[in-house]
Design a binder for this molecule. Structure first.
Ligand code: AMP
Ligand code: MG
Length: 323
């Protein structure tokens, strides 16, 4: 069993101590829970890959308290990075920058760039303060599972995994955003969004002026994580438009249906209602996907909300179905 503890002062200090000594700790952030180790401790970082079952070519995001800490692991800090950090840190924006060569290669899966982000969650900040150094942390799910947005999700994922026995999971409550950070690559000539998130393209463009028009890669080398199966429940999942839901439901086994509350879902199908606004829907989405996995139904149908402002949720549902 993992060891879930409330994020009080004593637990935060214990987390900092374990991290400094080369251990792993699951930390809450405003996006999703992360499985953390000190970035500069290569052996600890490799244990993250082993415990998660993460492919070795999928680099990690390094979490930092602030810009000075970010600059200890990056080789340069261009004006665009300064401007974006000023506008969005602490918060759910990750920047890809040239890596300081002193950073162990395993922390970036051998790339000469590194992804950095300063989390807003007060417990994540307190743990960074206690560790006193950058923390590499991918989402704390086991590879191939949906990202955890509650401590209980982490507990479920590692139930019965011997290597996770007594792994400290610091409980910071349900994640406020519930979706992974926006990733923007600043290492090339033109800034480029590699993964969409709640910090939108327009907001980034307003700060730095220009942004490559290419949409986030579905599958390409620029963002290795997008090559792997992500955001998918274990069951078969399809997504459809609202107009098609009746025929999709009629033509198969009972389904768990993730859809806005006003989409008609007749029995024997089960309706898992998406909250009516993007922030609340984002915060609930992965918990709903996990509920769909746990239900007795044999498949998942996601009805894509066809509205402005829902781009990130549309993206995650489509990727989940593609997985
Ligand atoms: P996760 O930590 O599981 O949310 O995944 C982190 C995401 O950031 C993955 O999609 C990675 O491929 C991406 N990422 C991390 N570091 C880099 C990097 N140096 N260059 C490009 N993408 C990166
Ligand atoms: Mg992940």
């Amino acid at each position: 069993m993992v060891d879930v503890r409330q994020g009080d002062h004593q637990t935060v200090q214990e987390a900092g101590r374990r991290l400094r000594q080369g251990g792993l700790v699951v930390i809450p952030t405003e996006t999703v829970y992360g499985l953390a180790a000190c970035t500069m401790r290569g052996e600890a970082v490799s244990e993250i890959f082993t415990l998660k079952g993460r492919p070795g070519d999928n680099p990690l995001i390094a979490h930092v308290l602030d810009v000075p800490m970010a600059r200890t692991i990056t080789a340069s800090w261009p004006p665009q990075a300064a401007a974006l950090a000023e506008a969005f840190w602490p918060g759910p924006l990750t920047m890809v920058l040239p890596r300081n060569p002193a950073v162990p290669a395993v922390a970036t899966a051998g790339l000469d760039t590194i992804a950095v982000r300063s989390p807003r969650h007060p417990i994540a900040q307190a743990i960074l303060q206690a560790a006193g150094q950058p923390l590499s942390a991918p989402s704390a799910n086991r590879s191939g599972c949906v990202s955890p947005t509650r401590a209980a999700h982490v507990q479920d994922d590692y139930a019965g995994v011997a290597a996770a026995e007594r792994l400290l999971v610091v409980d910071g409550g349900p994640c406020e955003e519930g979706l992974e950070s926006t990733v923007v690559d600043l290492s090339g000539d033109v800034a480029r969004v590699l993964r969409c998130g709640t910090v939108g393209r327009d907001a980034i463009k307003a700060v730095i002026g220009s942004l490559s028009p290419t949409p986030p890669p579905q599958s390409q080398d620029a963002s290795p994580g997008t090559r792997h199966r992500h955001y998918a429940p274990r069951k078969d999942m399809v997504c459809c438009q609202r107009a098609a839901v009746a025929s999709v439901l009629a033509s198969g086994d009972p389904a768990s249906v993730i859809a806005l509350a006003d989409v008609p879902v007749p029995p024997p199908h089960t309706h898992l209602a998406l909250p009516d606004n993007p922030p609340d829907a984002g915060a609930a989405l992965y918990d709903l996907l996990r509920q769909a996995d746990a239900a007795s139904t044999s498949r998942v149908v996601a009805v894509i909300p066809d509205r402005d402002g829902w781009a990130v949720i549309q993206d995650r549902l489509r990727r989940g179905a593609a997985g």
